[in-house]
Design a protein around this ligand. Structure first.
Ligand code: ATP
Ligand code: MG
Length: 335
């Protein structure tokens, strides 16, 4: 049976990369899947401390609630989607431990995201959470026997590892116990880049906020970020990913935001100046974010309502998780 599952870290507000790479595809799933297909969306607060305890406790708590508010404001329906806080389901952590016995150190150390993020630490101070992050991701999915995982392109290597783990577990304990999870990544918009450095993807944890547009940015901030976005020295507007990555990224974001095809957007913008491109981008983004900001504002003033939604959904998620964990423990001999 089909089970759709994804996670997002409460490391900040969702940005346009999260929106087009993962939230919008989720909204499509929410609309199109049959009502008996379970949809689990996890606000992965345990993942948010994998870089070390760099987010103060009260901030992390607030971030988690704010992420819930943002997701609901974007259209995620907590009655249809089980929107829950990862740490409310401790079964995931026990699954994580069980999976650890099938995972080698070498494979984890080879992952590009680990290599990249670990360079931010001196050699002796890399937190182990950063290393085993993909293992916890696998646990997120396996604890619900997830079959389909909507993610951005940056998660492909982790999805690969997850598949290898499912295969290893099944070969060791029981054939076809865990479904091999299928990555769902749209071709378009799977990797939105930073407005300040198009070599990098747009990221919540990028210390510079100027490279990303968050769904709760005000109209003025959106305008400011678009105006200051990196461009290049050629005066026209044209799409050329390798020679004009910054301009091409803006064209892609405009296409995503207006829901026009890339081709259509390329020809539309071919007579524009850089300023016109940035102004059109500003208008389009503000049109998309307007209603989201309003709903977000509504929920931010009702923290109690949000806590209730998370608590209720946490109970629902935990019921499903307990069942799978029990079966898993039996197979391994832990009960
Ligand atoms: P962090 O920098 O803290 O890792 P993030 O911006 O990468 O934050 P995540 O919470 O790690 O966000 O990822 C949530 C989802 O959004 C994942 O499915 C991820 O693949 C997707 N995603 C993240 N950044 C982008 C992007 N720039 N373009 C498309 N999808 C993205
Ligand atoms: Mg990330």
């Amino acid at each position: 049976p089909k089970v759709v599952l994804a996670g997002i870290q409460p490391t900040g507000s969702p940005h346009l990369g999260n929106y087009f790479g993962f939230i919008e595809p989720w909204l499509d799933i929410q609309k199109n899947e049959a009502s008996d297909v379970p949809l689990y969306l996890s606000i992965v607060d345990q993942h948010a401390i994998s870089m070390g305890p760099i987010i103060p406790a009260e901030k992390l708590r607030l971030n988690t609630r704010k992420m819930a508010a943002s997701l609901i404001a974007c259209g995620i329906d907590p009655k249809r989607t089980t929107l829950f806080r990862q740490s409310d389901v401790p079964e995931i952590s026990q699954m994580n431990w069980i999976l650890g016995s099938l995972q080698t150190l070498a494979q984890l150390q080879r992952l590009p995201q680990f290599k990249d993020k670990s360079t931010k630490f001196s050699r002796g101070s890399i937190p182990i959470g950063l290393l085993i992050y993909p293992l916890l991701q696998a646990a997120d999915v396996f604890t619900f026997k997830g079959t389909h995982v909507p993610v951005g392109e940056d998660q492909s290597q982790h999805m690969n590892l997850m598949n290898n783990l499912a295969f290893a577990f099944n070969s060791t304990y029981k054939l076809e116990f865990f479904p091999l999870p299928k990555q769902i990544t749209r071709q378009a918009h799977a990797r939105i880049r930073s407005l300040r450095d198009p070599r990098q993807k747009m990221s919540k944890s990028d210390p510079s906020v100027r490279g990303r547009i968050d769904v709760d940015d005000s109209e003025a901030v959106v305008m400011e970020k678009c105006r200051k976005a990196m461009s290049d020295t050629i005066t026209t507007v044209s799409y050329d990913k390798s020679n004009r990555p910054a301009i091409s990224n803006m064209i892609e974001i405009l296409a995503a935001t207006t829901r026009r095809s890339l081709d259509e957007t390329i020809s539309l913008s071919s007579t524009w100046t850089h300023t016109e491109l940035k102004d059109n981008l500003t208008t389009a983004i503000n049109r998309l974010l307007g209603p989201i900001r309003e709903r977000l504002n509504y929920y931010e003033q009702r923290p109690q309502e949000l806590e209730e939604i998370l608590a209720e959904n946490g109970v629902r998620a935990r019921m499903a998780a307990k069942k799978v964990l029990l079966e898993t423990r039996e197979l391994v001999g832990l009960c």
